[in-house]
Write a protein that binds this ligand. Structure first.
Ligand code: TRP
Length: 338
């Protein structure tokens, strides 16, 4: 009997800044179970990071840190391809072809481009504008069906669909048209200091975010300082829309302690914020510590990491080559004779 063909999943994280608890709870953690059902590729998108100014040595370190973190969070190199974007040169090559399909107008309208242009007004480079085309290339190279992302990336996946459909219409069916796979908890983790905004790894205030490398003491200190509200009831937003700070902490607690928000609410009824925040810290620390220990262990085993990355890039390359060859042929480029 023919082996059942699994549908393909692709996602990526930039090796920029520190991975936050929000990235973990909203994204990476939800990728782990997908590995059983789908043919998964998880990428460290280093080329994307170059769209904002990087210190080269830091970029190198962040890239390896993130690979180790992927594995420490439960991504299994025997089940999924784990690789670095720049190791598979087809990403950049397909991006060029897709640049001829994407319109300046639609790239100009992307929310993230507008945000980043505001934040990096001194460096609005072409790469920043082209960022979503490179992302489309990441996705389309692998005939991806599902893209697990947070809400903030939905617009980019929509653009990817439009580019795929436009290419398919012009040159005949070539790309699978991907869909977002939104996680239930996705992007619902907010800043500790401004709980109506997303917990973002580019937040200039380190106290607003919990990163996966924060020590237990740091986690506790940041949570104690987290913005709550003026009264002392531990109640989430369902019952009180004016308490985004407490709601965010309840949400973090429920995801880390694996209880529902309602259960958590009941647990802390009448307890006051001090006790509550310490319990949230305990739950977060219990999640982070084993990941940190495993990441550290992996980083001390460079040979293992290199082997994983070699294997991942090889698998990714095989698929990528096929798609790119097809694309080159369809648009009228002559294959090189060897
Ligand atoms: N733009 C994504 C982010 O910032 C990262 C990314 C790049 C990505 N290429 C991708 C995510 C392909 C999913 C699929 O989060």
């Amino acid at each position: 009997m023919a082996e059942e063909v699994k549908k393909r999943v692709f996602s990526g994280v930039q090796p920029t800044g520190k991975v936050t608890l929000g990235n973990y709870l909203g994204a990476i953690r939800n990728w782990t179970p997908l590995q059983e059902q789908y043919d998964c590729l998880f990428c460290v998108v280093d080329l994307h990071s170059l769209t904002v100014t990087q210190v080269p040595a830091e970029l190198r370190k962040n890239t390896l840190d993130l690979v180790a973190l992927y594995i420490a969070c439960g991504l299994d190199p025997d089940k999924s391809a784990l690789f670095i974007q720049s190791h598979v040169h087809e990403h950049a090559e397909l991006a060029w072809i897709l640049d001829t399909i994407a319109y300046v107008g639609e790239l100009n309208r992307m929310t993230q481009f507008k945000d980043k242009s505001r934040k990096h007004a001194d460096n609005i480079n072409m790469g920043l504008m082209n960022y979503p085309v490179l992302m489309a290339s990441d996705i389309l190279l692998y005939q991806t069906e599902y893209v697990p992302v947070g809400k903030d990336q939905v617009q980019h996946v929509e653009l990817t669909r439009n580019i795929a459909e436009r290419f398919n219409a012009r040159y005949s069916d070539t790309f699978a048209v991907p869909q977002c796979l939104l996680s239930k908890s996705g992007n619902s983790i907010k800043s500790l200091l401004e709980p109506t905004a997303k917990m973002s790894k580019s937040d200039p205030n380190d106290n607003a975010i919990i990163t996966l490398t924060d020590s237990a003491d740091t986690v506790r200190r940041k949570l104690r300082r987290a913005v709550t509200d003026s009264d002392t009831d531990v109640r989430c937003v369902h019952s009180s829309p004016s308490k985004p700070g407490v709601s965010n902490l309840l949400n973090i607690y429920s995801l880390c302690a694996d209880v529902t928000v309602e259960e958590a609410e009941k647990q802390f009824e009448g307890k006051g914020y001090g006790v509550f925040k310490d319990a949230v810290a305990d739950a977060v620390i219990a999640v982070l510590e084993p990941i940190q220990a495993e990441q550290k262990r992996l980083l001390s085993d460079k040979a293992y990491l290199e082997n994983v990355l070699g294997q991942g890039a090889e698998k990714a390359s095989r698929i990528a080559q096929k798609t790119l060859a097809k694309v080159y042929r369809k648009v009228g480029l002559i294959p090189r004779v060897r």
